[in-house]
Every structure is written in C-alpha cells, then in structure tokens.
Design a protein. Sequence first.
Length: 301
Amino acid sequence: MKAYNLTHLKELESEAIFILREVAAQFERSGLLFSGGKDSIVVAHLARKAFHPGKLPFPLVHIDTGHNFPETIEFRDQFVKNINAKLIVGSVQKAIDEGKAVEESGFNASRNALQTVALLETIEENKFDACIGGARRDEEKARAKERFFSHRDEFSQWDPKHQRPELWNLFNGRKNYGEHFRIFPISNWTEMDVWQYIMYEDIEIPSIYKAHERKVFIRDGVIMADSDFINKRPEEVTEQRIVRFRTIGDMTCTGAIASSASSLTEIIDEVSASRVTERGTRADDKRSEAAMEDRKKDGYF
C-alpha cells in the first residue's frame, strides 16, 4: 500500500478514536451497534485501540432479524469471544411474537424494517444514551446528512434539519431526559478506506465478503442467496455461482455480486474499478426514493 494512503488512513483512525473517547467522556451508558459487517467490525477494532489496554467500556449490541447469514452469526459469536466483550442481542422474532411488530408477507417480504422496533426496545431496556454505529456518509444520501453526534428525540426520531453544528471537532452531547444520540465515528471514511484499513490492520472478516460458491437465484437483476426465508417466484430458478457480498444485512434484502475476488488485494482492486454503489444490491433501499431517510426518521440505524 502506498505511503500517502497509510497517512490518510492514520488521520481517519485518529479522528475516529478521538470521537470514541468523546463518547466515553460525555455519555453514561453507550452501546456499539454490531452487525458482524465490515464497518461495525472496523469500529469495534478502533474502539479496542481507543481504550487499550483496558476492556471496551460499552457492550456490543446486535439486532438479530432471525434471517441473518449463518456465516455472520458464527463470526459474531467468535469475535465477541476473542475480544472478551459483552454482547446484547435484540430480537426481531421476539418483537413479532409479542405483537410489537408485524411480519411482512409476499415475495418481497423482509424483516429489515422491523429491526427498528427491536432496536428501540433494546435502547429503552438498557437505558442507552448513545449508540455507536458504523454508517458512513458515502453509503447513501440520507446517511450523508448525519453528524458524528446525531441527535434523536424522546421518540428516537431523527430530524436532519435540526442537527447540531460540529465546528472545530467540538461535539455537543447535551440532551434532555429520554433523548439519545447515534454516534458515527467513521462517517468520513469511504468503502475503499474501510477495505484498505482492514488489509493494513490485518482485521478478520466474515467469509462471505470473499468469493465463494453459493446457491443463488436472480430477482429483478439482483443475485440473491437461496434461503428458506425467501419466498421464490415460480420462474426464479436456483443455481450455483461464484459470488461475494459487498454489504451484509438481512438475507431477504441483501444481494450478492458475481466476483472471483478471494483476497483483500483483489477486493480492493474490484472496488476501485466498480461503478455500482456499495448498497446497489440492497432491496430495502429501493422501496422508494427516500427509503433510507424514512426509516432513519422512524429510528432506524
């Protein structure tokens, strides 16, 4: 990796560590939202650096849809064990069973939006006043509107027009009772930055980020993993393909890409040449022009 890239990554790392330490200083009960995806893995890695040699001062929080990739859950459990962290799991299935969320039906049914119900319940149960996430501004136009310290009102709603200025790295964490913040330490990172940092720091990632053979089918031009959680149409035929995933979410709405990239170097080369956005295979983002922003206003990640 070229020297100027290392300098750039070190600056981003320093900024993220500063923000994480600000969270520990300003908030009493924080949680790190951990999906088992590359961005949350990087944030957890940065948090370990920020508070080394001590333990993480906050738990990892996973909102489990029940429709996750098995590889992701396996990685999550091993990761938590390796770093000796506390894991809190919010369950979408539990929310459905208790009548707090309604399961979607039909061919395009997904539990992705239902994560909001489980997330808000988990925040309330644990009295979190700050939830740290791995969202980046380059991912999607709604996420580009987020501050590092993103305020949520007493109903956990987000208003992009009433966010606080962040001048000279001064972060205002003041809040009223019942309000909380979402914190995004890697907001200024790009997908390329994340992959280069993973390679530079030799960070372990779930196997599905690398090319592998999998049963898939095509839906609306997107390669979908075959799963019992997805209702396939009669014309959707399953076949074996070599694929990988650029982003990891609920299996029902996360598409793969045809790829032979099986190493970090090959993934970086592929990302640098790609003209499709990272979330271009996410069906949940395509439900409307403002799908992500609408979900975020309701309390989504």
